[in-house]
Design a protein around this ligand. Sequence first.
Ligand code: ADP
Length: 247
Amino acid sequence: TTPKEFLLAVEGLTVSFDGFKAVDDLSFYVDPDEIRVIIGPNGAGKTTALDLICGRTKASSGSIRFRGQELTKMKEHQIVHAGVGRKFQNPSIYDDLTVFENLEISFPRGRTVFGALAFKRDAEVRDRVEEIAEMIFLADHLDDRAEFLSHGQKQWLEIGMLLIQDPELLMLDEPVAGMSVSERVKTAELLNRIIKGRSVIVIEHDMKFAEDIATRVTVLHQGKVISEGDMAHVKADPKVVEVYLGH
Ligand code: ADP
């Protein structure tokens, strides 16, 4: 039998800070076209795990394979180039630029082109910006300066800035923090729409939202996976109950 093709295979990943193992022999696997939600108490190692995958933090041991490539050997920009996008909690949008401009500057730069080719490229960029703006519910706000968007719209814009680079893996850290109920519903809709041909890993504290979006849930505690499966499964797992309800 052929081994199953994972989009992402994290195996035996470990990193220590001053002797403390923030991520400790961590293994988990993400399929294509899935939304994986990572939950776990504060300090469980969730953010560190994403930092390791995107190359912001270097692992002391273990491997991260993404479409056959070993990410632990790559630099942060090479990992972005390989197709991994990461959104942090604080939006890194440009306040004084419009929605259109924010998306446009995020379009991946190819070779410099001139004349008719440049014209064609401009049209291609414009089409792609409009397509993404539609997806992130900002089609009617293309000319608005980013600073005037609502908190939720800013989060969507940043997701759009990652989507325009067409990553195969998108990692989001608490994407609905501070959003209204209706914005959360739309964000769930957005995530479900973008997993055709890509996967999303979401760190989430809001259990309702996690349940709405998760294909599968991975529960971290003390840098390790303590439970994995659909939300109903992990919620009923005594190990998870113990960690969440205290000892
Ligand atoms: P979570 O995202 O699940 O809340 P983190 O990954 O942020 O957990 O942190 C896991 C543990 O590692 C915490 O105890 C945290 O204090 C520690 N930690 C994270 N990053 C660093 C760092 N750069 N230096 C020292 N300790 C860190």
